[in-house]
Design a protein around this ligand. Sequence first.
Ligand code: C5P
Length: 224
Amino acid sequence: NQKKKLLNKHFLITAGPTHERIDPVRFIGNYSSGKMGYAIANELVFCGAKVTLISGPVQIKNINPEIEIIKVESADQMHEQCLRIFPEVDGAVMCAAVADFTPESYSDIKIKRVKDDLVIQLKPTRDIAGDLGKIKTNEQILVGFALETNDELTNAYSKLKRKNLNFIVLNSMQDAGAGFGVDTNKITIIDKDNNQTFFELKSKTEVAKDIVTQIMSEMNLNER
Ligand code: C5P
């Protein structure tokens, strides 16, 4: 009975993009819809888990009231909430498309149109998944995502190693219907021993089931 398998387990999920403020009316963002992360949160709740979802700005409606949602805007805010909650959880799934760079400074007033070029200096954000990987215990599961344009499998595996993940979900960029905004996704799951499992294109709801099944096997819950 899938419904009971994750009873008494608590998961942290990140989802959506982050917005990095430039001035009161502008930000740097990305096309992440948050659909994949919300689908994973739903599936974990279905399997009996408690879920805390740290969400960037998304347009998703009809959210399962059993999911505890913490809304954040920036990479820095997401980082702060994740580090606060991670010690309490049994597992974390880093699904958010976190900004890699954020403006060095914020302008309190709207930046005016001028004839000259405008230069916005950016500084790197902190790697949330990487920082959780450093404090992860042997009992905790940490899952990451990867979106690569080249050398997909090699890059995803080195990301898994660098961030100390249990497994990484590689999103295909090759296939129409995979990735940002759409309701479907095509993934490859790569584990610590570089075992690669290729999945068909399916709805993000179905993809979430495959990811949760992998989480259960990492937790040795599948044979029960
Ligand atoms: O290094 P890269 O951004 O490609 O890694 C992607 C994975 O790392 C995703 O799981 C993403 O949620 C996570 N990540 C993060 N914090 C960042 C950047 C990426 O948690 N600042």
